[in-house]
Design a binder for this molecule. Structure first.
Ligand SMILES: [Zn+2]
Length: 109
């Protein structure tokens, strides 16, 4: 199955961790092989960072917050036209595949 979510899309979390449900954010990374996406502000994890030397730079200690990848099946793309979380349809033209909102039929990309 083809991944219909792209970097830069706005998605809404429809299932998964309760604290993330209903959250919207921009997709900052797509991991097609794992069928996961990284969404800004969603699935935040904290990591304690010790002071480390890395390639001549010193990374200061502290708590780093980062977004963990979440399953693609837990999110839906928010249509930029009708602002609803929607299933994405594909419309094939001669040389491109256009994504289409199944709510309002708007084409996006
Ligand atoms: Zn729409």
């Amino acid at each position: 199955m083809k991944v219909k979510i792209r970097k830069g899309d706005t998605v809404e979390v429809i299932s998964g961790r309760l604290e993330d449900k209903g959250k919207r954010g921009e997709v900052i990374r797509v991991l097609p092989d794992e069928r996961r996406v990284v969404v800004q502000g969603v699935s935040l994890r904290k990591k304690h960072q010790r002071e480390v030397q890395s390639q001549g730079r010193t990374l200061s200690p502290g708590i780093i917050e980062f977004e963990a990848p979440i399953s693609i099946s837990n999110v839906m793309v928010v249509c930029p036209s009708c602002d609803e979380p929607t299933r994405v349809g594909l419309l094939r033209t001669e040389d491109t595949v256009q994504r289409v909102c199944k709510h309002c039929q708007a084409q996006f990309d």
